[in-house]
Design a protein around this ligand. Structure first.
Ligand SMILES: Cc1ncc(COP(=O)(O)O)c(C=O)c1O
Length: 475
């Protein structure tokens, strides 16, 4: 069976941005449609045995990496705004265990045995697969590896930290968690992780995404989540934002402010964060540790690592275990963060102290920011839609270790469709940014280059965005 992709059509839409235009092959066969070899789970994913590498099992990591020690510069600490007390509030409303993790000087932070068992149950290690059909389509000498975090049960990498935080909450006698969510992936993961440990969760969901994503909303409803569209009338911060007449469509930042505000008003509730903060980035280092072991098993060394970047947790999760290599190899190992052109922090923002939420509930933290007044356009990439980001990613960028690229929504949905047609799965809109950057790198490659991309989530619950981009045809 041939995959019918109109070559001219796809060349226009998915070819390299900028200098290169890829040579493409036509008439993909069944074999090239299959996801290539898989490493790391004892399972193989390809349909052709001749293409399969040995399915070497790698262990579920026993420790999270304290990435702060591996950065090119020290992390600038968060600060209170003049006369503010946000630091004290954050100490009060956050879990003790994660604050200890952030204060730790240890290189490795042990993953509790129960969390490790849960990781194994949800499917860690996730597969590392070779995107052979995509490579052939691009006619590239590059080898593209996909780290398949989309295969976790809730559909994204977010569970790696949600499980850890829900576990710590249960140990600290907490019954209710409150959090924010942009695309809904984090809220979904928290709700499932909360159920795992017999807890409840309350989720403030950036209004624009909550309204767009009927399918994910249905799943959250079945899971029993208590969800508020943000800005909501439930918190003082939400009410103030609504009255201001600004940021009316909601954003991750406003939802963060609301979740913090809710925790401040309910002493029995603990605030859990889905990104930006160091402990979340640490929990995600299981991604990169597995990837490193899987590449080693294949005898590969990465030349380029790519991740989508919102708050930076999947990016740091993938890249942290390679930062020593980055220090040693310099430009021999390239790190790329792919962001949304609707929220171009790394490509257009400034590196300075700012609040992470327009309601100013968060302390000032240093990051690449577009400023609190920046009105984020409504897009389907809720997970990358914030005006600022994490300090850790900012340090990588300001030290010149991280390249950044930004993509328009139309390009990323075209990338998702191409990946669906060639590799058989539909990536989350956020993940499409990383895939698009990988495609651009592969298209520009003139020699064998190993490109590793984090597929942070699947797009099956983001179908409304795809439908906007590609109205139903022929079905
Ligand atoms: C699928 C997916 N990928 C990436 C991100 C970006 O998050 P981070 O930058 O913390 O990795 C999100 C955030 O919601 C997401 O849902």
């Amino acid at each position: 069976m041939s995959v019918s992709i109109d070559e001219t059509d796809e060349t226009d839409k998915t070819g390299a941005t900028g200098a290169t235009s890829a040579t493409r092959t036509t008439g993909e066969t069944d074999e090239t449609c299959a996801t290539g070899e898989a490493v790391g789970t004892g399972r193989t994913g390809g349909s052709s045995t001749s293409q399969l590498a040995p399915a070497t099992a790698v262990p579920v990591p026993t420790a999270w990496l304290n990435f702060a020690r591996l950065l090119p510069e020290e992390l600038p600490p968060p600060q209170d705004a003049e006369g503010g007390s946000a630091l004290e509030l954050m100490t009060r409303i956050r879990l003790r265990a994660v604050q200890e993790q952030e204060r730790s000087d240890e290189a490795l932070l042990p993953v509790p045995e129960e969390v490790r068992r849960r990781y194994a149950e949800i499917g860690r290690p996730t597969r590392l697969t070779r995107a052979r059909a995509l490579e052939r389509h691009l006619g590239t000498p590059a080898r593209i590896y996909l780290k398949r975090e989309d295969q976790l049960p809730t559909g994204s990498f977010k569970l790696n930290s949600a499980i850890a935080q829900a576990y710590f909450a249960s140990r600290e006698g907490v019954r209710t968690l409150v959090t924010e969510t942009g695309a809904g992936q984090w809220g979904h993961a928290v709700q499932y992780a909360a159920r795992m440990f017999g807890l409840e969760s309350i989720v403030f969901w950036a209004g624009v995404s909550a309204r767009q994503k009927t399918s994910r909303r249905a799943v959250l409803s079945m899971l029993g989540a208590r969800v508020h569209e943000s800005p909501s009338a439930v918190t003082a911060v939400g009410r103030a934002v609504r009255e201001s007449g600004r940021h009316a469509s909601g954003s991750l930042g406003t939802a963060i402010g609301e979740a913090i505000s809710y925790a401040a008003e309910h002493p029995e509730v603990r605030y859990v964060s889905g990104s930006n903060l160091p402990h979340v980035l640490m929990h995600q280092t299981v991604i990169g540790q597995e990837t490193r072991a899987q590449l080693t098993a294949l005898g590969e060394e990465p030349d380029v690592l790519v991740a989508a970047v919102g708050g930076g947790s999947n990016l740091m999760g993938l890249m942290a275990p390679f930062l020593e290599q980055k220090r040693a190899r310099g430009d021999g190992l390239r790190l790329i963060g792919a962001e949304s052109a609707a929220a171009p922090r790394l490509t257009k923002g400034t590196w300075r102290y700012d609040h992470a939420d327009p309601g100013r509930m968060t302390p000032l933290s240093k990051s690449y920011t577009l400023g609190l007044d920046y009105e984020l356009p409504e897009t389907h990439v809720g997970g990358l839609r914030q005006h600022s980001g994490s300090t850790a990613v900012g340090v990588l960028r300001s030290a010149g270790w991280l390249d950044a690229v930004a993509y328009e929504e139309r390009e990323i949905f075209e990338t998702g469709r191409l990946v669906l047609r060639l590799e058989g799965f539909l990536p989350a809109p956020e993940s499409c940014h990383a895939l698009r950057a990988a495609i651009d790198e592969a298209s520009a490659a003139r020699r064998p280059t190993v490109i590793v991309v984090c597929v942070s989530g699947h797009g099956l619950l983001d179908i409304e965005g795809y439908l906007d981009a590609f109205p139903l045809q022929g079905v």
